[in-house]
Write a protein that binds this ligand. Structure first.
Ligand code: LLP
Length: 416
């Protein structure tokens, strides 16, 4: 579900003609539909409305302040993974007691910052991190609220790079070793045990991996309680998939219905950390064709956007739909590789796509680019990162200016 539709052969974001946005703000341009991401947020919220649930939007998916601020206004908390994401989250004025902090490599400085900010809890990923947090909390004469991220050894049936719940992955604490770490944490003076956490991966389309993981985690919570270890929160992580191509991901309702029987009767507060599900289909990347290059075996649409703006196709071989912003009714179709101007063969957005014949100057739209698009963008080839615009009905607002070349070089120094 999204609000990017053709009206009279022009692509609109909600009520705004994308041609107008490209003209006004230039390309490459990320365009977000507020109505789309808020609807997705409410879908998750409603699916769990019968339980005490905190939805912590996963900041890494798209960390633009305007997006975070709309999430906060809708009642979301935040799932963060760095001091930088904490800083962004706090800028929205969110209640810090709605922030949860994951990640395998939290530094002492980041831990201090999070303790000072009064976040809801850390999701601890190792014994070493537990010791570090306890020591830092002691030095700060405070106690740290924590959960432990459990690695349930479950295959999330997704791309290897985002499959995080198998025992060989760097994430979480092996479920076989977890009871001992809870027992030792219970003895620590500067640690308050609050919950159990899991996050098994991303772009998960079937409820089955969740069922497998949650049923293991639920058994583990019973074990903890038998040891008189109090567990108030269960964090189920993120990972709900979206449609890029022909996937049929579970809806929020199906996901909720599949999970609830396994945690019924546990009297737990639920935390969810969706990122992609909320913002994925709510963003598109708009580029302009610079040249149409016809080769002997391939046609290339060389555009002004590429792997530095959206690295997912190059990094994971991900599929993103590419569509023309303006439909040409009579044009014949042709096969194209949609590529960027960057000096790498891996710089492509789409391969062998059947598109209407295109010309230099035409606008293209890369769909489902709202999650892990701009947040993974880089300045490779000294390319300023794209501008970002948020559309709300007929209103459009520039929520991040395009970078300038002066800004790109401002921190560098030549040695005399
Ligand atoms: N919670 C934790 C602890 C996470 O590590 C992640 C994502 C999420 C929640 C949110 O997951 P989501 O609901 O968005 O699936 N760059 C990759 C995705 C990396 C996901 C990293 N962790 C991509 O472009 O597909």
């Amino acid at each position: 579900m999204d609000y990017f539709n053709y009206k009279k052969n022009k692509l609109f974001a909600e009520d705004v003609d994308i041609n107008i946005l490209a003209e006004k703000y230039g390309t490459p341009l990320y365009v977000y539909s507020k109505r789309t991401f808020l609807e997705h947020f409410h879908k998750v919220k409603n699916a769990f409305s019968d339980m005490e649930t905190l939805i912590c939007y996963s900041v890494k998916a798209n960390s633009n302040l305007a997006v975070l601020n709309e999430m906060k206004k809708a009642g979301a908390g935040f799932d963060i993974v760095s001091g930088g994401e904490l800083y962004r989250s706090l800028k929205t004025g969110v209640d810090p007691k709605k922030i949860v902090y994951a990640g395998v490599g939290k530094t002492a400085e980041e831990i201090r910052y999070a303790l000072k900010s009064g976040i809801l809890m850390f999701n601890i990923e190792s014994t070493e991190e537990l010791k570090a947090i306890n020591n830092i909390a002691k030095a700060m004469k405070t106690r740290a609220d924590v959960a432990f991220r459990i690695n349930p050894d479950v295959d999330a049936l997704t791309h290897a790079y985002v499959n995080t719940g198998k025992k060989e992955s760097k994430f979480g604490i092996d479920i076989m070793m977890a009871l001992n770490i809870y027992k030792s944490a219970k003895k620590l003076k500067h640690i308050n045990i609050k919950g159990v956490d899991m996050h098994i991966g991303s772009q998960i389309t079937s409820p089955i991996p969740y069922i497998n993981a949650v049923s293991k985690i639920a058994r583990f919570v019973s074990e903890l309680r038998r040891e008189n270890i109090n567990i108030e929160y269960l964090n189920l992580g993120g990972g709900l998939g979206v449609i890029y191509d022909e996937e049929k991901p579970s809806t929020a309702d199906v996901f909720a219905r599949a999970i609830k029987p396994h945690i019924a009767g546990f009297d737990l507060k639920i935390i969810l950390e969706p990122g992609r599900f909320i913002i994925g289909n709510a963003g598109v990347l708009i580029g302009r064709v610079t040249y149409v290059k016809k080769g002997r075996t391939k046609n290339f649409l060389i555009t002004d956007t590429g792997m530095n703006d959206l690295i997912r196709p190059s990094l994971y071989g991900s599929y993103h739909k590419v569509i023309p912003v303006n439909v040409k009714k009579s044009a014949d179709l042709d096969y194209y590789d949609v590529v960027g101007p960057i000096c790498e063969s891996g710089d492509f957005l789409a391969k062998d796509r059947h598109l209407p014949q295109m010309e230099a100057g035409d606008l293209i739209c890369v769909r489902t680019a709202g999650a892990y698009g701009m947040s993974m963008a880089s300045n490779y080839n000294t390319r300023p990162r794209a501008a970002e615009v948020m559309v709300d009905g007929a209103k459009h607002t520039l929520v991040r200016e395009r970078e300038t070349l002066e800004e790109l070089t401002a921190k560098e120094r030549m040695i005399k």
